[in-house]
Design a protein around this ligand. Structure first.
Ligand code: FAD
Length: 482
């Protein structure tokens, strides 16, 4: 008797290589049907920029699966209902997926498992997205970590514990045809205006594109990663984050490739381990998310509930548009809008400007990044915003306030990054490009800059707003103690 079909439910694991759920479904021996369900609203709905990335990643996945005899079915709406109805429609005997770790995702997976079991479908889940799952990494007393360094030591000692699985080669038996939306029906691409028009210059959202990014990183930036990773004006990092966010490549594959390159002397030991320690920040974010399910909406340090955030829609809009009048902040926000990505150092600077100089709630920034980043990630985005705001586990102390001018001068010393994204300041020399308000009238005229006309006056006095932020922090501490 021929075997019943199995469903593979794809989520943040849009790849064929090192995909434990797909391998298990194919190993079972029967026909296999892939399923992708787009959440249209709520906490599981992807943001605008990531929708663009998803469209191309799904197109790539669908072609790869098709070569394996696996059709990819697209549906929209409530994933629990969709997987259940697909299982019934095709008489599936099994369903496989790789686990997720945000509260709403865990709940959805649990509900799906229960509903499938009730319908006689055997549902199995795997680790396809992390080096180690949250419950595998424990403190000496068996608890969860809140501090990064001991977490990193623990995960470094454990390593991935398995080799990456090669992409399957054998075709599955023919699967029954099921009704599906087309990829176009999901309407993942923006129509008018197409604000993503520049994205394809920067990203290749395919498995091959992800692997090419890793190869390119190992070939060059990895050699000076420790130094150059902080320089937004240089190509000093891997730009793997959007690929990791939708799972075009697995962290296990990245870890193994880099560890092997270190052993082979292809990547210097210190640089290679520094890079893997950043991969471990992503793991740490998922660890925090798993043990703090409301991390995207509630401060991990409860005293921050009493923080006196300001409501300032005009300043928030200027920040989003990259029109604050502070060059490195504007360059970062415009890089984000144009490319769907922002350099990590500049993410820290722009986020700090929002929550400290403008005193605007970090959740506003988190939401904007969620909508505009191609790498929007439920663990990293929330954990990083809380880190900058000072409300997170092992966070930067609130009273350490970045000065965007000195940050710019240090990490974009010639001003090239600002020139790339804020062309109206391109004529200014390195000495004033990060603080045009200090340039002489003559220098401004020479550079064709008219403050308040061709480029805005700074919306915040950096010294005064620093003092205001420290006072707000003291007020919060007073409030939380009373
Ligand atoms: P590389 O330096 O090449 O690092 C390799 C990988 O390690 C990254 O792809 C990423 O997975 C991980 N990594 C590197 N730095 C960090 C970090 N500081 N924290 C956690 N993981 C890290 N990253 C996201 O993937 N999604 C987000 O939504 C996100 N939001 C952020 C919001 C703020 C306010 C800040 C300050 C940081 C945020 N980050 C986020 C973390 C970081 O900025 C990006 O992961 C990094 O810039 C990606 O570029 P890369 O792949 O070239 O990094």
């Amino acid at each position: 008797m021929s075997k019943s079909p199995a469903i593979v439910w794809f989520r943040r694991d849009l790849r064929t290589a090192d995909n434990p759920a797909l391998c298990a479904a194919l190993a079972r021996g029967g026909p296999v049907i892939g399923l992708f369900v787009l959440a249209e609203s709520g906490p599981l709905a992807p943001g605008g920029a990531q929708r663009w990335f998803l469209h191309h990643a799904l197109k790539d996945l669908s072609a790869r699966l098709s070569a394996l005899g696996v059709p990819l079915v697209y549906r929209r709406g409530d994933a629990r209902e969709e997987i259940l109805s697909l299982a019934k429609e095709c008489g599936a005997g099994a369903a496989f997926w790789n686990r997720r770790y945000a509260a709403a995702e865990i709940e959805q997976d649990k509900e799906a498992k229960t509903a499938l079991a009730a319908a006689g479908v055997d549902a199995q889940s795997f680790n396809g997205s992390l080096i180690r799952e949250p419950w595998e990494v424990k403190t000496k007393t068996g608890g969860a970590f809140r501090v990064y360094t001991p977490f990193w030591n623990a995960i470094r000692a454990l390593g991935p514990g398995r080799a990456p699985m090669p992409a399957p080669e054998h075709k599955a038996p023919a699967a029954p045809r099921r009704p599906t939306l087309s990829l176009g029906d999901l309407r993942l691409l923006p129509a008018k205006p197409d604000w993503t028009h520049e994205f394809s210059k920067h990203w290749a959202p395919t498995e091959t594109g992800a692997r090419a990014a890793l190869d390119a990183f190992i070939a060059k930036p990895s050699k000076r990663y420790g130094e150059d990773r902080n320089r937004p004006d240089l190509p000093g990092t891997s730009r793997l984050s959007p690929h990791l966010a939708v799972g075009l490549i697995s962290p296990v594959e990245i870890w193994r490739r880099v560890a092997t390159a270190i052993d082979a002397g292809e990547v210097p030991d210190t640089e290679g381990w520094k890079f893997l320690s950043e991969i471990a920040w992503r793991e740490f974010a998922y660890h925090l998310l798993y043990y703090n399910p409301s991390m995207a909406t509630q401060p991990l340090r409860p005293e921050f509930q009493a923080f006196p955030w300001r409501d300032d829609p005009a300043a928030l809009a200027a920040w989003k548009k990259g029109m604050t009048g502070v060059p490195i902040v504007d360059a970062g926000m415009r890089e984000l809008w144009r490319t769907g990505w922002m350099h990590n150092r500049v993410r820290m600077i722009t986020a700090s400007f929002l929550v400290k100089n403008l005193l605007i709630d970090w959740r506003e920034g988190e939401r904007w990044f969620w909508d505009t980043l191609v790498d929007a990630d439920p663990g990293n985005n929330a954990a990083s915003w809380q880190w900058v705001a000072g409300s997170g586990a092992d966070a930067a102390p609130y009273f350490r306030i970045f000065n965007p001018v000195t940050q710019g001068e240090k990490f974009d010393p010639d001003g090239d990054y600002v020139r790339r994204y804020v062309p109206e300041l391109a004529g200014l020399p390195p000495e004033t490009i990060h603080q045009p308000w200090t340039a002489s009238e003559q220098a401004l005229r020479r550079a064709k800059v008219a403050l308040g006309r061709t480029y805005p006056h700074a919306i915040a006095d950096l010294g005064e707003t620093r003092k205001r932020a420290l006072a707000a922090y003291d007020e919060m501490r007073g409030n939380s103690q009373s």
